[in-house]
Design a binder for this molecule. Sequence first.
Ligand code: ATP
Ligand code: MG
Length: 446
Amino acid sequence: MSTVIKRPNGTEDVLPSDVHKWHTVEKIARETAENFGFSEIRFPTFENTDLFLRSVGETTDVVQKEMYTVMAKETKYTLRPEGTAGTIRAMLQNGLLNEALPQRVYYITSCFRHERPQAGRLREFHQFGVEMAGSKSPSADAEVILLGKTLLERLGLKNIELNINSIGCPTCRAKYYEALRAYFAPHKDELCETCQSRFEKNPMRILDCKSAEDQAIAKDAPVILDYLCDECRDHFEKLKGYLEKLGIEYKVNPKIVRGLDYYTKTVFEFISSEIGAQGTVCAGGRYDGLIEQLGGKPTAALGFGMGIERILLLMNKQECDFLEAKKCDIYFATMGEAALEKAMLLSRELRDFGYYAEFDLMDRGLKAQMKYANKIGAAFTVVIGDDELTNGKVKVKEMETGKETELNLDDKFSGFFDSVYVDKMMEQIEEASENLPILPSDKENV
Ligand code: ATP
Ligand code: MG
């Protein structure tokens, strides 16, 4: 036998036994985004490399160290390291910004970054992201932060701290960069090589460096909040006021500068201290300059990206509830060819009514078939053999209670299951109404 080829470092398989967890996050994320008026957008896995150079920024870790780029014929393409650039490119190319503003979109997508793999840091990871274009009002910042907060709450997550900061606009940043250069100048030679090159071009990037030495040097660096222009300061104050009105607790953290160059004014992170060093589960902010930078008319915009793997790490850690995985409703155990054919037809009928029905595909004996039905957690089983075919009657057995109901083989099977499931649903509704409030996604199967 030849050796099995392993998956690349820093990538993950999601197995059928775990996929319901992904479905839970995806379903609740979609519903929440749609509650806030966001619609889904999909865009290519790879884009022209220039798109990321112009948006993410040439002095960022993402561009300098983490992009997967290929040369195909004469053109350089890069696997998307994040979703904002592709979204804005698609908005511009398809004229969405000429339609009613604000434009609000969300995506659930894979991202690729060549990083050192560790818990919560992968080379292929997934983001739920939202982007809103067209509003410069701080109420839009509050709306996007509330969306993130609402989603985290609906997922059942606790103890997540919201950190906010303002990194100003090009006007306030000019003065701030001078102050930063003055601060870092005496230590310039001690900075890592990447940061030495950032010193002139973009000294704020040094604050985002992951090296412990650079972080120690940056510890007492001046903070941008002290350099904000009137407009940026006013924007930040208004946002804080809205958050307070909404009862959203936050911490102003002047150290947050974010890893991508396109941010202006508001930046924020939702951080957990329960999943180790990679505790930022959601991060975003305003990027008022990006659309113009990518060739559009000046248009204010903002958004966030939520790392789904980190969310799942935390949901597992906090033992959050997941939507139930779909289980077999009815399993037909068959003896003989004629019974198998009958089971095929009955399964088709039930599936057309939305049930999950199965029968033996492995030529197993009756005992082995029942064992299998147990293993897959079938709610009901039906044995069909020669006797049943001759009499035209079968017994439907509810596995949990052992209760048996006799049905005519020629009757509509779906009618029986519909009545069973209506009873079950009524029970669930009664149970749920005792535990209000109910969210739309509560207790539904995926
Ligand atoms: P970090 O400082 O952790 O590297 P970042 O600033 O590079 O984060 P963003 O580009 O803002 O992260 O991405 C948004 C979110 O996507 C992060 O908050 C995180 O939840 C997730 N994320 C980013 N990079 C990775 C990765 N390599 N593996 C898993 N999740 C990631
Ligand atoms: Mg990063």
